[in-house]
Structures are given as structure tokens and as C-alpha cells.
Design a protein around this ligand. Structure first.
Ligand code: FE2
Length: 377
């Protein structure tokens, strides 16, 4: 057993995209995030533009390169828009890096202290699956909007000493509060290597294992193991494709992302019906399960312990699953870029620590109908 690496939570999730300004606009207007910080030519950063948006405890960063030879541009060419960095807040970024390397992780960024008028931050990073990285960020001594070098946006920007005239309208939050889990897709046969990585390097343990019998449709199957930090701040399911009659959704992802990477991010809300209503009104589209799903769950689940109006859930096509510990509500967006790669889950938990195992079949059949429309099943 490896001692758990001290991790306080997610610091931010960084996406490499083709057009960060438009991505920021989409996540503000569609998902209700508020732009809080920016770095780019106006702030003295010559080679890239980074927009930082926040909602609840969640911070997303959208970065685009500004020239043809920039690594962010190369990354976007290879993978399309996708998640580059699942960054953890840690008490000591130098120590976290040292421990990770000692336990076999590959370095991405040596520990570095960066500072501005608002204080100093220590950052480092290690490599994970595909081109994904994990940054370690110790920002306890920092009072600025995001990290040193970024200008604050929004109503407080002037008092925060912003040198730029950039402003941004706040988003109208939709009630999403915290990252619940972040799922990786890896190649056939590689799931256990990455389970070993998170166990060995981070000291995570396996919360649950879904085999290809649990996650299968008529056409395809996948396997999944969930690593977690033992307290629930960090939960990282890892999927690999299993052999089936046709191409699995994991293989479709790998074909279009051209590498292992983040498949979906689950964002938690305390009121999923209101959140999904708001997202739909903003134009976000979700996977649909057939109406027969609701007749099925009405009979399948023990409703004595579930305080929900099934008709309200059915109206929004929200899924429900229950286990010994409680229940959960969930829904999955369509992919949020042209390539059928990254999508979002919205989740509301009532005691259950599961991932909606009872919904896998209905959900994956819905995904396969979309795959078929794309000619990829
Ligand atoms: Fe999920």
C-alpha cells in the first residue's frame, strides 16, 4: 500500500481548444459559468489566450494557441477540443511532485514558483493517460483571481488592479456546484495499468469494478474501474473497450480523440430538474432514453426510499438508479464539440456512491443510436 498523496480537491480543469474566446462564450451562455480571469496578448502573454470560468467550486480554463507551431494548436489538431489538465490543489506542489516521481510518474513540469502582486503559487505537473496531465497547485498564499499572470474579469476587475480593458458578463448559474467524477477512456488492455498508476502514484484505492457483463448491449461492451481518494473528493473511473459485435463507444472516442483522454466530466447539482431545465433552455442537448425506461424503473426500483416525482424526471429525461446506500439522478449531454469525444454528466446524489449501473444498458443503447447516426457503430 502506498500512502495517500495529500490532495485537497480539484484546482481547475484545463481544456485545449481551437478558439478559447468562443469556448468561453459557450460555457458562459450554455452552462452558466462566469468568466473570472484571462491571460493573453492584452496581459502580456504573446503566444496563447486563456479564459478562466467558474461556477460553484468548479473552475474551467479554456486555452488556445495563437500560432501554427504552438503546442496547444498541435494538441487541438491531433485531438480536437479536449481536456489537457485535471489539476489538483495540494498543500505542497514540490513535495507532491517529488513523491509522484519517486513512485514512478513521468514528469511534465518541474516545480516552479510563480508570483505577482497578489502573492505566490507553486506549480508542478506529471503525465497521465494519453496527453492528459495532472498539475499540482499550491495556491494557499495567493489572493488573485486565478493564478499569477492572469487578469481578473468581471465587476471587481478594476479593484483587483486589472491592467486591461477586458470585461466579461457574468454567467447565469444553472446550479452546478462541484466536480463529482472525471472519466478516462483508455485503450483495450490498458485499464489495469492506469489503475496501478493511480494506486501506486496517488495512493488511490478501487471503489468499484464494472465488468463487461455489467456494461453491455447487444452490440458492444466496456469495462470500468473507479479509483478514488477514499473520501470522495476525487473519483476517477477508467474505461476500456471490451470485445463486442460492433464498435463500442470507447473505440469511437479513441478513433476521434486519437489517444486516451477524458471522456466525460460529471458535475453535481442539488436540484437536477432545475439545472437540466436551465441547460435545455440555454440550448444544451442531452442523450435520450426511450419512454419505456420510466415504466421499467417504476417497477425495478424500491420507491419507498426515493423522494422524487418520476413524472418530473421523465419530462426532462433524467435517469434514476438506487443501491443499498441511497439513490442518484443523472443525465448525459451530447458531445460538446464536433468530434464525438468529450461530454458532460449532470448528477444529483442522495446517499448513493454509485455511477448509475442500473442505467448503463439504457444509456449505452441511447449512445449507440447516436453512434449509428454518425456511421460509427
Ligand atoms: Fe459518469
Amino acid at each position: 500500500m502506498t500512502d495517500l498523496m495529500p490532495i485537497l480537491g480539484y484546482h481547475h480543469i484545463e481544456f485545449y481548444v481551437g478558439n478559447a474566446k468562443q469556448a468561453a462564450h459557450y460555457y458562459r451562455t450554455a452552462f452558466g459559468f462566469t468568466p473570472v480571469a484571462y491571460a493573453g496578448p492584452e496581459t502580456g502573454v504573446r503566444d496563447r489566450a486563456c479564459w478562466v470560468l467558474a461556477q460553484g467550486d468548479i473552475r474551467f480554463v479554456f486555452t488556445a494557441g495563437l500560432g501554427p507551431d504552438h503546442d496547444v494548436v498541435r494538441h487541438q489538431r491531433d485531438h480536437g477540443d479536449g481536456v489537457k489538465d485535471v489539476a489538483f490543489a495540494v498543500p505542497d506542489a514540490e513535495e507532491a511532485f517529488r513523491m509522484a516521481i519517486e513512485r514512478g510518474a513521468q514528469p511534465y513540469r518541474e516545480p516552479e514558483i510563480i508570483s505577482d502582486d497578489h502573492g505566490k503559487v507553486t506549480v508542478s505537473a506529471i503525465k497521465a493517460y494519453g496527453e492528459t496531465i495532472h498539475s499540482f497547485v499550491d495556491a494557499a498564499g495567493y489572493s488573485g483571481a486565478y493564478l499569477p499572470g492572469y487578469a481578473a474579469l468581471g465587476p471587481d476587475a478594476e479593484s483587483a488592479g486589472t491592467k486591461t480593458a477586458l470585461t466579461a458578463q457574468p454567467g447565469e448559474g444553472v446550479g452546478i456546484e462541484v466536480v463529482d467524477h472525471i472519466v478516462a477512456n483508455v485503450e483495450l488492455g490498458r485499464m489495469d495499468d492506469w489503475v496501478d498508476f493511480y494506486a501506486g502514484v496517488m495512493g488511490f484505492t478501487q471503489l468499484v469494478h464494472y465488468d463487461d457483463e455489467a456494461i453491455k448491449t447487444e452490440y458492444s461492451a466496456l469495462m470500468s474501474k473507479v479509483l478514488w481518494d477514499g473520501v470522495g473528493r476525487i473519483k476517477l473511473p477508467i474505461n476500456e473497450p471490451a470485445r463486442g459485435k460492433r464498435k463500442s463507444q470507447i473505440e469511437e472516442y479513441l478513433d476521434y480523440y486519437h489517444a486516451p483522454g477524458v471522456q466525460h466530466l460529471a458535475l453535481a447539482t442539488a436540484d437536477i430538474v432545475a439545472t437540466v431545465e436551465a441547460l435545455r433552455a440555454n440550448g444544451v442537448r442531452f442523450m435520450r432514453v426511450p419512454d419505456t425506461y420510466y415504466a421499467d424503473v417504476r417497477g425495478r426500483l424500491d420507491w419507498s426510499a426515493i423522494d422524487e416525482d418520476l413524472d418530473a424526471l421523465a419530462d426532462q429525461n433524467i435517469l434514476i438508479d438506487a443501491d443499498d446506500e441511497g439513490y442518484l439522478l443523472q443525465i448525459f449531454s451530447e458531445p460538446v464539440q464536433d468530434r464525438p469525444t468529450v461530454f458532460f454528466e449532470i448528477i444529483e446524489r442522495h446517499g448513493s456512491r454509485g455511477f448509475g449501473e442500473g442505467n448503463f444498458k439504457a444509456l449505452f443503447e441511447a449512445i449507440e443510436r447516436e453512434q449509428d447516426v454518425r456511421g460509427n457503430l
